[in-house]
Design a binder for this molecule. Structure first.
Ligand SMILES: Cc1ncc(COP(=O)(O)O)c(C=O)c1O
Length: 369
């Protein structure tokens, strides 16, 4: 297998642990084990009793039972737990595709959603979200991308990096198209439950039929990336079995302490999500003010869900801007080139508590340069 570097991960490897302000993170504010255990009475004692043997490959029954509550019609045995969402993407692509298959992937997007399909032998067609359409996807374009060997559509909503939440009618149309054409629909829902207006939340794809696979994780909305617990939920038994078999060759089973902590997190997920949505909303007002003061320099379509947006720098070159900013001001922004974007966009993270301080630094840098 010949995988090209994961551009965004290589970029973060260079800066993530030596830069004072990460203003482009894709996750929400994390917390300590102590703070997480404090959400539930008796959790500290139970955590100390966690047995450190191998765990059940598909995920502990208690954790799967908590995860299944995210969905309307999914039973615990329809959940397969993984090491992060990343392992689930990897296993989905390699378990289900072969050379010559064709997959349509929401773009720009999280690199592995397209790259791993390609590595599994697929031809990949990007289905482009366009800024001039408020980052929405065009259903006519989907029809044109369809080929006789198309096997799946991959979507991500709420979306990394634009913060776009698909409309319900478009979402239903994508499901209908996928069912009518006998395609799998891999729905990356790692930002689900981070909608700014709960009424906008879309149904989980896995609840809409056997054609669909929902991807979830503790990392994003709930701010617990260090647990490395992700999952897929699907009624499709064939897909489930294929992924479960392949997992025997990757991680076999999950970390026992992480499974317990994820179970506590999922039981208290509404509290965790609410805390993080409040951080995002406060940060959005800081960014709105910043962009209003510097309307000649920044422009964006504001996000409607999740801890990210994809603004555009209106003057200069974004790569140089980001490079100079991190060196002189210790503030990290992610240039859009990490998503193969050439229109001067950058990823802005809204989920961290220290955003107001990072923005102060950014503004000082902008005023002095
Ligand atoms: C859209 C999307 N899917 C999947 C992942 C992978 O999540 P994790 O790193 O928690 O495995 C990410 C991480 O940034 C993501 O943004």
């Amino acid at each position: 297998m010949n995988l090209p570097p994961f551009k965004l991960e290589r970029f973060f490897a260079k800066y993530e642990f030596n830069t004072e302000f990460l203003l482009c993170s894709s996750d929400c504010e994390a917390m300590s084990i102590a703070d997480l255990l404090a959400t539930e009475e008796g959790a500290v004692q139970k955590f100390q009793q966690v047995w450190l043997g191998y765990t059940e490959s598909q995920g502990s029954p208690a954790l799967r039972s908590e995860i299944s509550k995210l969905y309307e019609t999914i039973a615990p045995e329809e959940i397969l737990v993984h090491t992060g969402a990343e392992e689930a993407i990897y296993l989905f692509m390699f378990a289900n595709f072969k050379k010559g298959d064709h997959v349509i992937v929401h773009s720009p997007g999280y690199q592995s959603l397209a790259e791993l399909a390609r590595a599994a032998g697929c031809d990949v067609s990007p289905w482009r979200a366009r800024e001039e359409n408020q980052w929405s996807l065009d259903l006519d374009e989907l029809r044109h991308l369809m080929r006789t060997n198309t096997k799946a559509i991959v979507i991500n909503t709420p979306h990394n990096p634009t913060g776009y939440l698909m409309s319900r009618s478009d979402y239903e149309a994508v499901h209908k198209f996928s069912q009518e054409n006998n395609l799998l629909l891999f729905s990356d829902e790692v930002y689900r439950e981070s909608e700014y207006h709960p009424a906008d939340r879309l149904p989980a794809a896995c609840d809409l039929g056997e054609h669909a696979i929902s991807l979830g994780v503790t990392s994003k909305t709930y701010g617990l990336a260090g647990l490395r617990i992700g999952w897929i939920a699907t009624k499709n038994k064939k897909i489930y079995e294929r992924m479960a078999s392949l997992k025997d060759y990757t991680t076999i089973c999950n970390s026992a302490p992480s499974e317990f902590l994820a179970e506590v997190a999922m039981r208290n997920r509404q509290k965790l999500a609410q805390r993080n949505i409040e951080i995002i909303k406060d940060n959005l007002t800081v960014i709105d003010d910043l962009f209003a003061r510097h309307a000649d320099l920044f422009w964006w379509i504001p996000p409607t869900a999740g801890p990210m947006g994809f603004p555009r720098l209106l003057k200069g070159d974004i790569e140089k801007f980001c490079d100079d900013l991190v060196r002189k001001a210790g503030v990290l922004l992610l240039p859009g080139s990490m998503y193969d974007d050439s229109r001067n966009h950058f990823r802005l993270g809204l989920g961290r508590k220290n955003l107001p301080k990072a923005v102060e630094r950014l503004e000082k840098y902008v005023s002095n340069n």
